[in-house]
Structure formats: structure tokens, C-alpha cells
Design a protein around this ligand. Structure first.
Ligand SMILES: *[C@@H]1O[C@H](CO)[C@@H](O)[C@H](O)[C@H]1NC(C)=O
Ligand SMILES: *[C@@H]1O[C@H](CO)[C@@H](O)[C@H](O)[C@H]1NC(C)=O
Length: 225
């Protein structure tokens, strides 16, 4: 036994209880901080669910039956209405990756990702079905093309409140613009679980992680939390 260990005094009952009192204070502090941040998180939101839905409808009207035309419309509008000094919008609409979560699979393009918001295009030419996840964020799923069940058609928005699980299905050729607000990093475990325990598609996980961190980082650099 090393000398230092032998010489270490035995823990007195008093020091042990001091330690637990300290730990309880730290825990209380963290819970308080979490509750406070949760109450003020709206201060960091820059997108608005109604405006996002108006934009989805305008994109559908501007480019009927043309998903990439709709996406271009959305990007042009967002880059015009949100200065790059305040928020980072990913302009590369060729940056698609697979996404597996809750048993559903589709293609994903990250338009915006920060600590409190994300905006994705998500869809599938083949159709898919799965579990929505019990998300720690409010989720607004704006249908651009196709059908989402129960029956949601282009221009409609499927609102999934924080903490509500659902089964969902996207029919063949369904594409949507998904806007979420809340604590985005807490959604990561749901986003990674299928990849780590089922698909083992490591290149996709790597690409998703890399792009998400890059976008969040660029947003933090311009002060967008
Ligand atoms: C962006 O889209 C919204 C909703 O369609 C519209 O009201 C607004 O005028 C558009 N802004 C620009 C700069 O295109
Ligand atoms: C869009 O597709 C639908 C169904 O395929 C068709 O009836 C409609 O004419 C198309 N609209 C345009 C503007 O191409």
C-alpha cells in the first residue's frame, strides 16, 4: 500500500455529512439554473412557428410539385430576412444525409442548428413510419409535398408539443420542413440511438455530428444561442 493511502485519515462522520450537504446544494443550484434557463429560453428564438408555416405555404405556391424549387425559395427568403451577422443559415442545399430515428428513415438537410432551435428539411421518396420520440422541444412539422398521417397535406403543420410521443407515417414522396424550439442538445440521444444500436451506419453518424456541430458553432460565433 502506498504511503499516502496509509496516512490518509479515515473519513469522520461529520465530514461525510458536510459533503452531502454540499452535494445537495450543488444539485439544488443546478435544478434552479435549469428551471430558470427553461423559463427564459424564448429570448434566444429567432424563428416563429407561424412565419415558418407562412414561408412553407409561399414556397409551395411558388414552386408547385417541385421540392428543390421549394427549398430554394425557403433558403432565399431566410437568407434575406435573417442577416448573417445574427444567425447562421446553411446555404448548401446539396448537403443531404440519411437520418434514422425512432425506427423511421429519411433524408435530412440541416438549414439551421443552434442550441435552442433547429430547422430541417426531412423527407423520403419511398415512405417511412416510426416513433416521433419524446422530444424535449416543441416540434412543427410543415408538410411541403405528399402526405403525413394522420392526414396532413401540403401547407399544413403537424404540431408535436414537447414530451408527447406519437406514431407517424410519411407516405411515398413526402417532404417536410421541420422546425423545433427547445433544448436541442437534449434531442441528440434520440437522434443517435438508432445509429448506435441498429444501423451502425458510422459514416452517416459522423456526417450528422460534424455538420450539426459546425452549424451550432457558427451560430455561437455570431451570438445565436
Ligand atoms: C419571406 O416569406 C414571408 C412568408 O411568405 C413573406 O411574408 C416575406 O415577405 C418574405 N420575405 C422576403 C424578403 O422574401
Ligand atoms: C402537380 O401534380 C399534380 C398531380 O400529379 C397535377 O395534377 C398538377 O397539374 C401539377 N401541377 C403543376 C403546376 O405542375
Amino acid at each position: 500500500m502506498p504511503a499516502s493511502k496509509r496516512l490518509k485519515p479515515a473519513l469522520q462522520p461529520q465530514t461525510a455529512s458536510t459533503k452531502w450537504v454540499l452535494r445537495s446544494f450543488v444539485l439544488l443550484f443546478l435544478v434552479g439554473l435549469g428551471t430558470y434557463l427553461d423559463r427564459i429560453k424564448h429570448r434566444w428564438y429567432i424563428f416563429d412557428p407561424a412565419a415558418i408555416n407562412a414561408l412553407a405555404r409561399a414556397a409551395i405556391a411558388a414552386s408547385p410539385n417541385d421540392t428543390s424549387g421549394m427549398i430554394q425559395h425557403i433558403l432565399t427568403n431566410l437568407t434575406r430576412t435573417h442577416p448573417s451577422t445574427l444567425v447562421r443559415i446553411n446555404p448548401d442545399s446539396n448537403e443531404w444525409m440519411f437520418n434514422n430515428a425512432g425506427g423511421a428513415m429519411g433524408a435530412l438537410y440541416i438549414i439551421h442548428a443552434s442550441l435552442t432551435e433547429y430547422l430541417f428539411i426531412f423527407g423520403t421518396p419511398l415512405g417511412t413510419e416510426g416513433h416521433s420520440g419524446v422530444l424535449p422541444a416543441d416540434d412543427y412539422f410543415n408538410i411541403l409535398v405528399g402526405e403525413h398521417l394522420e392526414r396532413y397535406t401540403p401547407g399544413m403543420v403537424h404540431y408535436l408539443p414537447r414530451g408527447t410521443p406519437k406514431q407517424y407515417k410519411m407516405h411515398e414522396g413526402c417532404w417536410a420542413m421541420e422546425y423545433a424550439r427547445g433544448w436541442i442538445p437534449l434531442m441528440v440521444p434520440f437522434g443517435l440511438a438508432d445509429g448506435l444500436t441498429s444501423t451502425l451506419d458510422l459514416p452517416t453518424l459522423y456526417k450528422t455530428g460534424k455538420i450539426t456541430l459546425r452549424e451550432m458553432g457558427k451560430n455561437l460565433l455570431v451570438g445565436k444561442i
